[in-house]
Design a protein around this ligand. Structure first.
Ligand code: NAD
Ligand code: LMR
Length: 325
């Protein structure tokens, strides 16, 4: 039996976590042979609800769930942690943009970054989910200089999955037939869903799908899908976000499928001309617990222009919260 992995989840009494925690405990994220210790962080007023979540987790009798720690103390939550899913943050409501949350949520990632820097494993793998996810990850990284900075990432896998669904639906194919989807940039309405390198079965998606649909339907539908869910549901996506988090961490730790790639927002190393250090979504392959940005893709002027817009938005977000790092 492997030794347990310590997984911290913040915002553990919230909407996303009610779908997320049970799937982690059942082995869907780190594998069916990998025991876990769940280190669940909440703010003090939510501790009663968190206790109820822990009761339900225990009542599932998951063989891989070795221990549950519930706490409102970040030092306890992040102690020796190997994986952190940073969900705890305010969600947006109808009519808001994700960047409108920066003022409230940025502070959370600045203070938790300092704690993680002191008490977590320096190679901790972090996935920031709380919005605006890319810039919150940037704030966290700047407050945690001791950590392996490559391992501070943000979630764009939900956007990636949304894009795959749209292409499968449009082309009348199965989800599994759609490969090599890409989301570039920010998890915001400037994100760039890009099917120009995608395949549908053995064929290039661009040979099956009309460019007019790609530019005028596909890109805005995927980029605005979070807002569409909020408009329909009255609150932001939860189960699909949890699913994206499971996929993100599963593939990072256990590897991407051969011949395919996934989208992750990671610190830019300058690839594709993006400003270094910004947390920018790229196509990546994962192997042996590490990721590699896919290199050498030909980028059209249209996509390049949109990538620049998303990069400019990330720079603007970064510059408006420079007091936090
Ligand atoms: P929610 O309000 O249901 O839950 C958030 C939880 O975080 C609450 O229980 C709250 O008490 C807790 N919390 C607040 N501050 C905290 C802190 N400092 N430490 C620990 N916990 C804290 O919200 P939700 O629906 O679970 O969404 C959480 C976040 O995820 C939001 O910011 C939302 O916009 C974002 N989100 C991101 C994506 C993505 O793809 N990146 C997708 C969906 C939602
Ligand atoms: C999403 O994409 O569903 C989340 O980021 C929630 C939101 O605010 O749209």
């Amino acid at each position: 039996m492997k030794s347990p992995v310590r997984v911290v989840i913040t915002g553990a009494a919230g909407q996303i976590c009610y779908s997320l925690l049970f799937r982690i405990a059942s082995g869907e994220m780190l594998g069916q042979d990998q025991p876990v210790i769940l280190q669940l962080l909440e703010i003090t007023p939510a501790m009663k609800v968190l206790d109820a979540v822990a009761m339900e987790l225990n009542d599932c009798a998951y063989p891989l769930l070795h221990e549950i720690i519930t706490t409102d103390d970040p030092v306890v939550a992040f102690k020796d942690a190997n994986v952190a899913l940073m969900v705890g943050a305010k969600p947006r409501g109808p009519g808001m943009e994700r960047a409108d949350l920066l003022k409230d949520n940025g502070q959370i990632f600045s203070s938790l970054g300092k704690v993680i820097n002191e008490v977590a494993d320096e190679n901790i793998r972090i996935c920031v989910v709380g919005n605006p996810a890319n810039t919150n990850a940037y704030i966290l990284a700047k407050n945690a200089p001791k950590l392996n900075q490559r391992n501070i990432t943000a979630l764009t896998r939900l956007d990636h999955n949304r894009a795959i669904y749209q292409v499968a639906e449009k082309s009348g194919n199965r989800i599994a037939d759609v490969t090599k989807m890409t989301i570039w940039g920010n998890h915001s309405t400037t994100q760039v869903p890009d099917l120009s390198h995608s395949n549908i079965g053995a064929e290039a998606a661009t040979s099956i799908i009309d460019n007019d649909w790609t530019e005028n339907d596909f890109i805005p539908t995927v980029a605005k899908r979070g807002g569409a869910v909020i408009a329909a549901r009255g609150s932001s996506s939860a189960a699909s976000a949890a699913n994206g988090i499971i996929d993100h961490m599963h593939d990072w730790v256990l590897g991407t499928a051969k011949g395919d790639w996934v989208s992750m927002a990671v610190p830019s190393d300058g690839s594709y001309g993006v400003t270094e250090g910004l947390i920018f979504s790229y196509p990546v392959t994962c192997e042996n617990g590490d990721y590699t940005i896919v290199q050498g893709l030909e980028i059209s002027d249209f996509i390049q222009g949109k990538m620049k817009e998303s990069e400019a938005e990330l720079i603007e977000e970064r510059d408006t919260c420079s007091d936090l790092f």
